[in-house]
Ligand binder design. Structure first.
Ligand code: FKS
Ligand code: ZN
Length: 343
């Protein structure tokens, strides 16, 4: 399997995020991608390709212009106030408070951000655009006949919606790629999100549409971030009713119960009959992940890859989360190699 990768991911290198009332070093760090690309090389998974530039058009197919312009200019507006540290919001437009777009950078940050865990710095836009281009480059390979490719995206994307960012995500790489498949002639695309956290951005983006089936396995939002979305009774709306599936699972979930939910998700995808499958590949379901509470083991990732290969669909793997950094290369490539073994 070929991997698409850009060194520009390093331009996103946040100092700290807010967790449990404290500022701690960012879990979403450059070393994550380095360890994965090292493992791709060491295991000779396949060729590594650079990203091509697709410009803003494919991004604007799923994201509002306002969010994109904000992300492009946020650092400059922040730095213009004399601040030299990373930009984070400190106020949010909860229902009842209104949601007006302020001229102030602090108002804008609160308007577009969903959390205080997603710092913006001078290189953020460069890394974010490169990440989308990695996804689009890999998407094009699959659209033109490759059985599967791996988009080693960083920063991740599944928490970013049409007009919001957060949860370490700025643009929704999986959503952008799914839309690109459709724009290139696919009739139906399925997104399977196996990250530990609910893909609230992906859900929001496609909630009213039947041409993208979104299926997410994740920690129950009753217990976990992003808390406000990801419940089982959210099934899509209007034309999209029945085209979204949430499979929330409790803390402590191991492969035995994870794989049962996975079969439910895969069955629904098979019934949908998509032309392409996009995997939001998060590895934070690992037993030793520092911010998560599922119990998957190294070998379970090979099984996961094998089950995905059984679908026999053109498949695009998009990197999302995973914070047990030392194990991240092994776990990620286990999925991809498990997939390849099935051929
Ligand atoms: C823990 C607080 C959690 C934010 C967690 C973000 C997770 C991001 C991710 C992605 F794939 F997007 F990277 N704060 N108590 O792993 O879903
Ligand atoms: Zn996650």
């Amino acid at each position: 399997m070929r991997t698409v990768f850009s060194e520009d991911h390093r331009c996103q290198d946040g100092r700290s995020e807010l967790i449990e009332g404290q500022f701690v070093p960012c879990n979403e760090m450059p070393r994550r991608a380095e360890i994965v690309i090292d493992r791709v090389r060491a295991t000779k998974l396949g060729e590594i390709l650079p990203a091509q530039d697709f410009g803003l058009d494919p991004i604007l197919r799923v994201h509002d212009k306002g969010l994109v312009t904000f992300l492009q200019n946020a650092w400059e507006e922040w730095a213009a106030t004399g601040r030299t540290f990373d930009a984070l919001p400190h106020v949010w437009p909860v229902p009842g408070l209104g949601r007006r777009l302020s001229d102030s950078i602090d108002g804008k940050l609160g308007y577009y951000a969903i959390d205080a865990g997603t710092p913006i710095m001078s290189g953020t836009w460069r890394a974010v655009q490169a990440s989308a281009n990695v996804a689009l480059t890999a998407q094009k390979l699959v659209a033109t006949g490759e059985r599967a490719t791996f988009a080693l995206c960083r920063p991740p994307g599944h928490h970013a919606g049409s007009d919001f960012y957060g949860g370490y995500c700025f643009l929704n790489n999986a959503g952008i790629a799914a839309q690109a498949f459709l724009d290139q002639g696919a009739k139906r695309v399925a997104i399977l999100d196996v990250d530990y956290h609910h893909g609230n951005g992906t859900q929001q983006m496609f909630y009213g549409r039947a041409d993208v089936l979104t299926v997410s396995l994740h920690a129950d939002p009753k217990q976990e971030f992003p808390y406000f979305l990801g419940y089982a009774d959210e099934i899509g709306a209007g034309a999209g009713e029945g085209y979204h599936v949430n499979l929330p699972l409790p803390w402590g979930t191991d492969w035995a119960s994870y794989s049962e939910a996975l079969e439910v998700g895969l069955k629904r995808i098979r019934q949908y009959g998509p032309d392409a499958l996009v995997i939001s590949l998060g590895l934070d379901t690992f037993e030793h992940d520092p911010i998560s509470r599922f119990k998957l083991k190294h070998e379970d990732y090979s099984r996961l890859g094998d089950r995905i290969a059984w679908m026999e669909l053109p498949t695009l793997f998009i990197m999302e989360g995973g914070y047990a950094v030392d194990a991240l290369g092994v776990n990620t490539v286990n999925v991809l190699a498990g997939f390849e073994q099935r051929g």
